[in-house]
Design a protein around this ligand. Sequence first.
Ligand code: CA2
Length: 149
Amino acid sequence: MAKTVYVLNGPNLNLLGTREPKIYGRATLAEVEKLCQTTAQRHGLTVVFRQTNHEGKIIDWINEARAENVAGLVINPAGFTTTSVAILDALLAMEAPVVEVHISNIHAREEFRRHSYVSKAARAVICGFGIDGYALAITGLAAMLGAKE
Ligand code: CA2
């Protein structure tokens, strides 16, 4: 059976492709999902792709991913990146590798975007590649998983 990777997206990422194209590009979240599915397929992985504007939901999904023994988790925590100890705690409880993704380069923007609680639980962090960061995260996870076998 194919290994599963969860790809979780935080608040306002449902707006992708509708506003702020200079920062986030023109692709929609549906297109990001397609990119993740195609990339995962190439590596023999299955993707569960979700977005929510609610912190508790993200925590429930991280706990679900852990209970389901997923092979890995990609997360763009969006606005919760800099605020959520609760998401950090949920991620710290996971054994599977976590990759944090940001579409924009958070280090080249406002200072407040630079500190991430989530990075403490992440095996890798990708930012500034636009939506290609998601594909890079899945490819990186596949390499990490392959290296284990
Ligand atoms: O660059 C990223 O991926 C971010 O995680 C996006 C977050 C931001 O708070 C982080 O600092 C960096 C914002 C997500 C909101 O996305 C929108 C997309 C299009 C239009 C409006 C918001």
